[in-house]
Unconditional design. Sequence first.
Length: 219
Amino acid sequence: MTNTDVSNAPELVVPPGADWAAARAAGPALAAPGPVGGGRRARAELRQILAPHWRSIIALATVTVAVAVALLLALPRPQADAVKVVDPARAIERAQSTPDFPVYTPTPAPAGWYCNSARFGHDWIGAVLHIGYLAPDGGYAGVEETTGANKRIFVSTMSAGAIFDGLVTVDGQVWTHLQSDRKKQDSLVWYGPQSVVVVTGTTNVSNLEALAASLHVGR
């Protein structure tokens, strides 16, 4: 019996879709080089196939980012004429009809200010009047007033936990200036005989002082 040495026989590689039995019968005719050489060529061919696809993917991602940046730059910035302007008259009338609630509202609002929110109601602190404005510099400010008993808590809540930063005189009245460490927000506080008024927001202090002056508190 003759022993056949198959250690050096070429590896039989059957192409995809080929008939296995036919391949075995054909023998070396369908044989490919050994795994080392064949593996290198296969990897090289795979790189040649995938390289264009990776370049296409990178190019597509670059175009997508460029389009997103262009759209971001093209989008209009928020402006006064795009802000929903509201009439605070209804909220002011409700506050005026509440006994022992002195109403301090801008009369009139400084030039370039737009009212964008107004409400009056009763919550855990008591009766509260809120009138919000868009300032000329694009920041926001609110006039907050209450006759509730917990005025200290009200001031802390409205000013975002701000701390004392000095006193300012506005329209002949002394206001307390508070500055928040938690976010960019300044507040001016006036303690009246019946209510406390907080003028607070993200606009600059000069704008807050102008808004506070329009309230004519203490008159």
